[in-house]
Design a protein. Structure first.
Length: 404
């Protein structure tokens, strides 16, 4: 694998014409098979969402994979790779039609304000389509955002309605702005939003699936979360890993005020931050692994504080494992069998090695975020990314820049 930046063009973009009433945009990315998760987010979140939708185009002639990419499983007969209906261009056309239809439904029937773009990438080998450009897509979604704050959430993480209600109060929103911007007296912060997973449950009122409980927990009050926690119906996200230990969930369940936590190695919460200031994602990461961890580690080295939001939470909505995650697990198992361990030329090996290089550069203050050319160019030219425009738009006098 190479760290060379590839081209991920944007085919089309659709923006919501609906008014946004809170100063935050949820930033997320997904593949076509995750549109159901985006629909769940659009159903539960009445604010703005910026989503980057990804379509890999396989030029190797693998017909079945191509049609699955486009969400069409109706025709699985063996065909020649030159069949026009299975060409990458036809697949892209189907994907655009599906995305356009989805955006229309979101605009007409769902409470969210959805800004959606569709990006694609061409491959000559089927196996290369698993090299999901996670961080490029996150940066693309961020480029669309025009609100003061952004929430860096994955598409399977549903934000609680309490977050929206909190930000609907202008005085509270101003406190968010001050906290995330920082000042001469105190460093900027990111707001950690605790995340939970749900389990199937049997109660005297009936049996409920994990998905049903997830949808309920989005609109619940915090005291209801505490009850379900005590009964073992919910747990913190990824309870067997250390990636969320620093959040201190037991403390959070009783907290009424925000509290600061110390960054720990491999800490990877979902956060709210200032759109203009927080570092961009490193575009070199592909597939699963290290991409989010390194981004948060960069925030820590840059000087950000981590403060836990006492009233808001995220609920993970259950789904099948993504191809990138499955490849990551496969690579990890294969590496453990080999003498000498890690091989750079795998998704797992590349992500782990790249993460190590960045970590070393951060420790010596020599790291600079590697951006793909499209993100860099758009950030320089889009009017809502210019400081003068932002000062005028926000009505605030000064932003304290934190270099990435």
């Amino acid at each position: 694998m190479s760290d060379r930046m590839s081209s991920v063009p944007i085919a089309e973009a659709w923006w919501s014409a609906k008014e946004t009433k809170v100063p935050i945009t949820i930033i997320t990315q997904l593949s076509l098979d995750r549109l159901g998760q985006l629909q769940a987010m659009c159903t539960s979140w009445p604010g703005r969402i910026s989503a980057a939708l990804y379509v890999p185009l396989d030029h190797s002639g693998s017909k079945l994979d191509q049609m699955q990419v486009a969400g069409d499983k109706s025709d699985q007969r063996p065909v020649k790779s030159t069949d026009r209906k299975t060409s990458p261009e036809h697949v892209l056309k189907l994907a655009i039609e599906k995305a356009r239809k989805f955006h229309g439904i979101a605009e007409d029937a769902l409470p969210c304000q959805l800004d959606l773009l569709l990006a694609y990438e061409r491959f000559n080998e089927s196996r290369a389509t698993m090299l999901y450009p996670m961080n490029i897509l996150r940066n693309y979604a961020r480029l669309q955002a025009r609100t003061h704050l952004i929430g860096l959430f994955d598409v399977d993480m549903l934000p609680s309605l309490s977050l929206y209600q909190d930000l609907a109060d202008p005085e509270v929103a101003n406190r968010y702005f001050s906290l995330t911007e920082g000042s001469r007296e105190f460093a900027p912060s990111v707001l950690v939003i605790p995340a939970f997973i749900t389990f199937d449950a049997r109660t005297d009122k009936g049996n409920f699936s994990a998905e049903q409980i997830s949808d309920r927990m989005v609109i619940a009050e915090k005291k209801e979360l505490l009850t379900l926690w005590q009964y073992g119906v919910i747990n913190r996200f990824d309870p067997m890993d250390r990636g969320h230990n620093a959040t201190q969930y037991e403390r959070w369940l009783q907290a009424t005020d925000q509290y600061e936590v110390k960054y720990e190695y491999r800490y990877e919460p979902w956060v709210i931050c200032d759109r203009m200031m927080v570092p961009w994602y490193d575009s070199r990461f592909r597939g699963y692994g290290q991409n989010k961890i390194v981004h948060l580690e960069n925030m820590n080295w840059t000087g950000y504080k981590f403060r836990v939001h006492p009233k808001a939470w995220l609920i993970h909505r259950k789904h099948a494992l993504a191809k990138a995650k499955l490849q990551h697990l496969w690579d990890f198992q294969e590496m453990s069998k080999r003498p000498g361990g890690m091989v750079y030329d795998t998704v797992y090996g590349h992500s782990t090695t790249l993460g190590g290089k960045i970590r070393a550069a951060l420790a010596t203050r020599q790291y600079s975020t590697a951006l793909d050319p499209a993100t860099a160019a758009c950030a320089e030219k889009l009017p809502w990314w210019q400081q003068d425009h932002w000062h005028w738009q926000s009505g605030r006098h000064q932003l304290h820049h934190v270099a990435s």
